[in-house]
Write a protein that binds this ligand. Sequence first.
Ligand code: NAP
Length: 361
Amino acid sequence: MHQEPDLTGITVDTSAPALVTGATGYVAGWLVKGLLDAGVTVHAAVRDPHNTAKIQHLLDFAEKAPGDIRFFAADLLEDGSYSEAMAGCRVVFHTASPFTTQVNDPQRELVDPAVQGTRTVLRSADATPSVERVVLTSSCAAIYTDAADCAAAPGGRLTEEVWNTTASLDHQPYSYSKLLAERAAWQIANAQDRWRLVVVNPSLVVGPAVNAQPTSESFSIVRQFGDGTMRHGAPRAGLGAVDVRDLARAHIAAGYLPDVRGRHIVSGHDTDVLELARVLLPRFGDRFPLPRRALPKPLVWLAAPTAGLTRTFVSRNVNHPWHADNGKSRRELGMEYRRLRESMEDMFEQLVERGSVSPGK
Ligand code: NAP
């Protein structure tokens, strides 16, 4: 378990520091580790640099790696907040953005930090002469909302040409926040020509966390596989999945390969919720109440409100396959994706080791 991001074929420039926003996060953790191991000085922007519980793993990485780390306090909702952290950096990795579906006020809790934060970070890039490239962690959510959208895409597969036209504050507001943030990013990037914007669009991120208490929504889904919530079955709701270590490599490739441009779908597997759980059966099926069969759509539709799902979500995702073209990421970022079973087993095993999932809990 815990293999490093494979940086074969990428020459990482260690002569200038790189900024990582949201360095405490699940996705950012592996990215920071990859940069430190490559010898980069990382400027880690976090909300609270004094919260040692949230940054200790990054300090531990830096101690063992050739690269150094410096922490800076920054908040997506404060103008100019990232300027100090960005000073002297050549590459900026903007990963910070709230990823949760449990919100009361989607405008304030999702859209404002995603969009204002992206504007704040990119305007600082405009004002920081050392910056040559900004890598934005967008999402496949900026490309589609529901699996049903895949069928409407040209050739039935999502590509980098496709933009989300169906999310709103009322329907999948997280996807809406990512769409608006990526649009804002391109608007700012296209108004200048000193630095280049490169966008990474991951599907659902899976795999082990380096941070001790991951809050990313990725973990809520996988916890439910083991705790009995889905003992009677899981919906065949189509989605894509990518390993967090592969995604770290994609970011580093986007930051340092000379010829990368535009958006990149970073997704290893076209899959669905049931399949994500089923790959865990050979190793964990005898100890945990993992879902084994597909829940009939009418049943999911009826139970939707009690499971925290909307009926529109059920109609437009359950029994709709998900297809995306990851060819550009393979060709231009040199991506090779690890097996889904490896990612899911490593993630689940870590949850078991940490006591975050136990049968019947
Ligand atoms: P995460 O672990 O929850 O990380 C989110 C990060 O954003 C945290 O570092 C968090 O800081 C920071 N953040 C949130 N609100 C902030 C604010 N107001 N000011 C400053 N920082 C703030 O989630 P993740 O899964 O790693 O997500 C990282 C990025 O990947 C996001 O852009 C997300 O949209 C994108 N993404 C994730 C997935 C996935 O499946 N996980 C898929 C596609 C794209 P704190 O630690 O202080 O809360």
